[in-house]
Design a protein around this ligand. Structure first.
Ligand code: PD2
Ligand code: ZN
Length: 426
């Protein structure tokens, strides 16, 4: 297909019924702010079978749980037309049970299909799922190494993996340099750890000869239902109840979460106690990336499910995972995690439990601080802290007031997940 060179040529092809031209015209109009006409062409393109248009509309429907059924049907159509991005998002809906009954096997089949057909993000999410099941999985390493050339998340996880196994080779150095060049927000930390790693352990000799991936074998490994091991619980405080689960997540999983959040960071919001509305506030100065359904992949769904399982809360009660980024001077001043009555509260009831997953360690300050009794906690990467904000009868626990102390140097990364008393309807 020849590329139309200007908007009038695009328009005449769109008017003649070319679905790709309709989609491209919609994109061009939207980027020039001509929203209504852009939307009309987008719907027309989707109606005429343009898979990218169906995908775009599906992402819009997924802004609320009420749009899940429509999103599902748009994505099913696009997946049948071999759109790999649609297959990956459809897989998330299957895995989450959005618009359809939850079906992990169906979800994995879709992503394996996309990966088999060369979709690099699908290969990377499968690599992470394989590593979750077996940290030494050879297929996972093969997939990650290939994907690291073209995918920032794969590159970051590959670099973290190499550093943590003491591998100080040229390939890892160049992967980290590429991450730096593309402004990956944790590149400097990876580079520092890479330079320090050589003093810690002898370089590993890597076997670069891999057998080709047997996709049916991968599918079987990922649909084997044996649950992952539970970390041991360590009490931090009885009232409020706070429990630490050490090394609940691997360094690779932590890096995956940082990398998935990286491009989505925006100033954090707080809930106005009077109105319940979200707003920016000086008492919470960090950046946040909130990973909603359209930002997820199966690896992130698996992390969310693991957090829920360890925290002892139903997965469907969980709000979206938020990844917080605190630079020096940034903090979350003393607060409660409960919600005031209002629209947000009505989406699933009170925030009864908070789970905090510590993602890195190269910073000073930034302790999570409980005020009464006075306890400061700083987790190592992969540690999960779970605390209760509500008493057994569901009422707010007045001693659960807590804060994130100001970071004094470096950058703190942490993932936060709030659980409601009931199913959360976004
Ligand atoms: O980043 C933290 O340590 C922190 C402390 C207190 C996060 C939250 N609260 C939160 O996300 O609610
Ligand atoms: Zn909090």
């Amino acid at each position: 297909m020849t590329q139309p060179t200007n908007i009038s040529e695009l328009r005449s092809r769109a008017e003649a019924g070319d679905p790709r031209a309709q989609y491209m015209l919609a994109a061009t109009l939207a980027s020039s702010g001509v929203r209504d006409e852009a939307d009309r062409w987008l719907h027309e393109a989707a109606k005429n079978g343009e898979a990218d248009a169906s995908y775009t509309l599906a992402t819009r429907h997924l802004q609320t749980h009420k749009g899940a059924v429509q999103a599902l049907s748009l994505l099913q159509g696009a997946a049948q037309r071999e759109s790999n991005v649609a297959k990956r998002l459809l897989a998330v809906l299957y895995a989450e049970g959005l618009g359809v009954e939850a079906d992990w096997r169906g979800a994995v089949m879709l992503v394996v299909d996309a990966a088999r057909k060369g979709e690099i993000e699908a290969q990377r999410e499968i690599a992470m799922l394989l590593l979750l099941a077996n940290p030494d999985d050879a297929d996972a390493m093969h997939l990650l190494e290939n994907a690291a050339n073209r995918d920032a998340i794969a590159a970051a996880v590959y670099a973290r993996r190499s550093i943590n196994s003491g591998l100080q080779d040229e390939r890892t150095r160049s992967v980290i340099e590429q991450l730096g060049a593309m402004r990956y927000p944790n590149a400097a930390a990876l580079y520092a750890a890479f330079n320090a790693a050589s003093h810690l352990s002898a370089p590993r000799v890597e076997n670069r000869k891999h057998a080709p991936i047997v996709w049916d074998g991968v599918l079987q490994k990922l649909t084997d239902n044996s649950p992952s091991a539970m970390p041991a619980a360590e009490s931090l405080c009885v009232e409020p109840e706070a429990i630490v689960f050490r090394q609940a997540f691997s360094p690779e999983a932590c890096e995956y979460i940082i990398a998935a959040a990286g491009r989505r960071l925006a100033p954090s919001q707080t809930v106005d106690p009077g109105t319940g509305a979200s707003r920016r506030d000086a008492y919470r100065t960090s950046l946040t990336a909130t990973l909603g359904p359209v930002d997820l992949d199966l690896a992130l769904v698996a992390f969310n499910r693991r957090i829920a399982r360890i925290a002892g809360n139903p997965h469907c009660n969980g709000e979206f995972l938020s990844v917080l980024h605190y630079s020096p001077g940034q903090e979350y001043k003393p607060h409660f995690d409960w919600l005031p009555p209002g629209e947000d509260f009505d989406r699933g009831g009170q925030r009864v439990t908070t789970a905090l997953l510590y993602l890195n360690e190269d910073y000073e300050g930034g302790e999570t601080h409980f005020l009464n009794p006075d306890i400061e906690f700083k987790g190592a990467p992969g540690d999960l802290l779970v605390f209760q904000n509500a008493l057994a009868d569901g009422s707010a626990d007045k001693v659960s007031r807590h804060a994130s102390r100001p970071v004094t140097s470096g950058v703190k990364w942490i993932a936060s997940k709030w659980f409601r008393g009931k199913k959360y309807n976004f």
